[in-house]
Design a protein around this ligand. Sequence first.
Ligand code: FEO
Length: 395
Amino acid sequence: MKKHVKNNIYWVGKVDWELQRFHGDEYSTNQGSSYNAYLIQEEKTVLIDTVWAPFAHEFVENLAKEIDLNKIDCIVVNHGEVDHSGALPALMERIPNTPIYCSANAIRSLKGQYHQDWNFNVMKTGDKLSLGNGKELIFVEMQMLHWPDSMAAFLTQDNVLFSNDAFGQHLASEKLFNDEIDQCDLFSEALKYYANILQPFSPFLRKKLNEILALNLPIEMIATSHGVIWRDNPYQIVEKYTQWANDYQENQITIIYDTMWNGTKTLAEKIAEGIQLADPEVLVRIHNLAKSDENDLISEVFKSKTIVIGSPTILNSILHSVAGFIHLMKQLKFKSKKAAAFGCYGWSGESVKVMNELLGNAGFEILGEGYRHQWNPDSEGQIAAVEFGKMIANS
Ligand code: FEO
């Protein structure tokens, strides 16, 4: 069912309430998501993006109920990833000659995925498409936000920016707009989306935000491709992105560990005690990696100024859960954050050294040599862990 967005703009996407994992199994979507597609019905009728492939048939059928598909003058593909282009093959079977407007890189990604020679038309930053009634779509290339093919389109007069993935949230909602849903949910999901997807591209984003602001577009709505549309004060999410793209951190220290027989867990709690004793103002959080959602943990890392990572020694190294999480943090290219390592051991005790090396390679500034304790921490070992926590807080 289409939903009214503004004037002659309609939402024709799909809300996916049951989605639990995204990008394969890489990203948890605990609140579902949506694939937002938009129909603009001016003198020309334009479809902006489609939906994920499993919903292709439903999408095309619903669209055909709203409009004679042959009346679609062109399709704007802002991004070739399958969650937005997945219904294109089914749609193009019905209207095979319809022009597709996209970036040069999107032709590569679409051809690479669907092996079709559709009627592609390359759009570059500043290119315009007249829709009649005095309205135009102005295109802005958004390379690396988050794919090399990403693009946004601005509709003049209605002043709506169709931003595709940028400014999105994985959040299912029957409501269309940001002012209609719980604000904690909204910003928590927007931050998780930024931390897990856009964080590595922050340098590109800083440049792009300046470029968009310099265009002086009178943006009244930001219609993203996931989650709700920013209608109420759309610049609030632009301001958030400006903060998030500049080595964001709060006054938070997060301890993330995995444990075998609870010795490393005991150390985690004692280190937290020491941090809080030395700095009553800082927010300290402890997460057992094996019992936590990794993508939610990335949100915590994103907000933290320091992270403290714990693993016992196993087979002269560390638990693979911890190794994998450090690898994930490395991929996300966090900047200006500090890290410290700790862990229990029984025999050889290499875990702290291994973690320090991995964390250094992941771009963290390492605090001290770390703290390791042989066997289960006794009272002396626990006191030493509290002192280690104090050192971290004071660093
Ligand atoms: Fe929502 Fe990059 O796809």
